[in-house]
Ligand binder design. Structure first.
Ligand code: SGN
Ligand code: CA
Length: 566
């Protein structure tokens, strides 16, 4: 009997010690998962081969779809950089977290999910682009780009070492920092939450030297709506300044050499040469040479073709140049995501880790003739979302539920077993991720874009979006409503708001839109302060890309419309 006891005791000790060992070995014994949030900047879902393989192959990002779930209806609440990031961190719509546009700083009195996870014992780190105008709270370590950051030899603001400049290409550097943190700073006894945030593929699309030859020689299929004339909708689509032919700049975007522009007598578009000089002034001599070689050939061919090019041919040329550079930057993102996944696999970190790949919003790749984002139309309203969580999320699964960037905070908190503050406005995605879709009841989402008057001139609008329709209110200058029938008009070319056949649907959507505005606590009094703040700065010439005169013109037009109403 004694012997039996002794052996039981010894066995228990061995089991206990083993479990301790498990706990210290790469976190595998902990039930709280690690969280890796990968986000790129302006990465269109059309440029991920798991969604669409016509433009580029992204085998590494696609690994996440093979391991986990691909969301086909993921979207953002406000399609612009810093506001999207604020919504992700706070779990609140822009009007409540206050970060409605890129212009004003983030209010750091907001409570964010990394702060809550850090308190709950998670080790937290952020590398790459934040774009808040101030530093993140709730991180044990961070190295972030100031503002938009630079592609070549970028500066970083670091938590512990002040500002540093690192030689090389930004996408590679952000990954080096991330891998270095995993290797040398990560504590095996704590779960971690890591935000790995790329600058690419943001404008002005400078790819890594190693991709220049390949991508500047590729040709891409054109989207069906490249020559959209905006006639089927209300005025904001036609008034936006994001048309590839008219608003994408020759030197700054397409890398036509400024001397070549002078030689050919091409007038500047926007901050054409200034932007070009800003980017190129950062190169070291080897980088400059690579660029001059690759784009020298592009310039040579262009110089021959330009004198006889029609407007249509210019649009086609500009579209190809845009795609070459934009997609070139994505090649490096994909390679680097591969480096991270390889590291996780090699270090037994895959099993108990949620890995998310997303973008701060989608992007137009020539659809409607556009680049940039901001509108609630699909390509910028929707965003890529792939989630792997081996053992929890079924490999190779898909979801078409209406999920949003608003939902991340509560998802991560639930995964970590921490309760979310009651004023967060999203819903945890865990039921969808774990195959319990019956617990997910959302049938519509809410959208509100604010940054106007501003660069690209996309009018303020809010909207309700269901799987079948969009009801959009452009309210800032004229009051204009759009109703889009997504099933019959998937390219979103025709406003059917005034078509009597939609009378009932329209009424129903109006009521539901009001319901969402009440539910999310958005109302015109709250919005008014954002109008006043931005308008004031615009009139003082403090908004990038907007002259005082332009701001005054918009205000006068708005006042005239208001007066006519009374
Ligand atoms: C820059 C770009 C714009 C872009 C904004 C916002 N212009 O201002 O094209 O819309 O960023 O992008 S550039 O001349 O500086 O390239 S965001 O991702 O930060 O929202
Ligand atoms: Ca962005």
């Amino acid at each position: 009997m004694k012997i039996f006891f002794k052996w039981t005791l010894i066995s228990c000790c061995i089991i206990f010690l083993n479990s301790c060992d498990l706990k210290t070995k790469d976190n595998q014994g902990l039930d709280r998962p690690n969280i890796i949030f990968i986000m790129s900047d302006d990465h269109a879902y059309q440029a991920i081969s798991a969604y669409d393989n016509r433009l580029i192959q992204t085998p590494n990002i696609d690994r996440l779809a093979q391991m986990g779930m691909l969301f086909t209806n993921a979207s953002v609440t406000n399609s612009i950089c810093a506001p999207s990031r604020a919504t992700i961190l706070t779990g609140k719509h822009s009007h409540l977290n206050g970060k409605v546009d890129n212009h004003f700083q983030f209010d750091t009195t907001n409570i964010t999910f990394p702060q809550i996870l850090q308190k709950a014992g998670y080790q937290t780190a952020m590398f790459g682009k934040l774009h808040f105008g101030n530093n993140p709270k709730g991180f044990d370590q961070f190295k972030i780009l100031p503002g938009q950051g630079a592609y070549y030899n970028p500066e970083f603001i670091t938590k512990n070492d002040g500002n540093i400049t690192v030689d090389g290409y930004v996408t590679d550097i952000i990954t080096d920092m991330t891998l270095d943190w995993l290797e040398t700073e990560r504590k095996a006894e704590e779960p971690f939450m890591l935000m790995y945030l790329h600058k690419a593929p943001h404008r002005s699309w400078l790819m890594a030297e190693r991709h220049l030859e390949d991508f500047t020689n590729r040709t891409f299929p054109e989207p069906a709506t490249l020559f959209d004339d905006y006639s089927g909708r209300t005025t904001p689509a036609g008034e936006a300044e994001m048309n590839i032919l008219h608003h994408m700049s020759w030197a700054g975007d397409h890398k036509v050499f400024p001397e070549m522009m002078d030689e050919l007598g091409i007038p500047e578009i926007g901050f054409d040469k200034r932007r070009y000089n800003f980017e190129y002034s950062r190169f070291d001599s080897a980088q400059r040479e690579s660029f001059m070689n690759a784009y020298g050939k592009v310039n040579e061919a262009f110089a021959k073709a330009y004198p006889t090019m029609s407007e249509e041919e210019k649009m086609k040329w500009k579209y190809q140049r845009y795609m070459q550079d934009y997609l070139g930057t994505i090649q490096a993102v994909d390679e680097n995501v591969g480096r991270l996944l390889d590291y996780l696999e090699a270090n037994d970190l895959m099993e108990n880790t949620i890995i998310v790949y997303t973008s701060d919003q989608g992007f137009y790749l020539g659809e409607h003739g556009w680049f940039d984002k901001r509108f609630v139309y699909n390509e910028s309203f929707k965003t890529p979302l792939l989630v792997a969580w081996p053992g929890k999320v079924k490999a190779g699964s898909k979801s078409d539920e209406l999920v949003q960037n608003l939902d991340f905070a509560q998802t991560f908190l639930e995964a970590a077993g921490v309760s979310a503050p009651s004023d967060m406005q999203g819903e945890s995605l865990i039921p969808i991720l774990t195959g319990n879709d019956d617990k997910w009841t959302r049938d519509a989402v809410y959208y509100h874009y604010y940054e106007y008057p501003a660069e690209h001139m996309v009018n303020r609008h809010y909207a309700i979006i269901t799987k079948d329709y969009k009801l959009i209110h452009y309210y800032f200058v004229e009051d204009q409503w759009e109703l889009i029938d997504l099933n019959n008009d998937p390219m979103e070319l025709k406003n059917v708001y005034h078509d009597p056949a939609y009378a009932e649907i329209k009424l129903d959507l109006h009521a539901r839109l009001e319901g969402l505005r009440v539910k999310y606590k958005d109302n015109s009094q709250i919005s008014q302060r954002f109008i006043d703040d931005l308008m004031k700065d615009a009139l003082e010439g403090k908004i990038f890309g907007i002259t005082k005169e332009k701001a005054q013109e918009i205000l006068d037009r708005r006042n005239q419309v208001e007066q006519a109403k009374n």
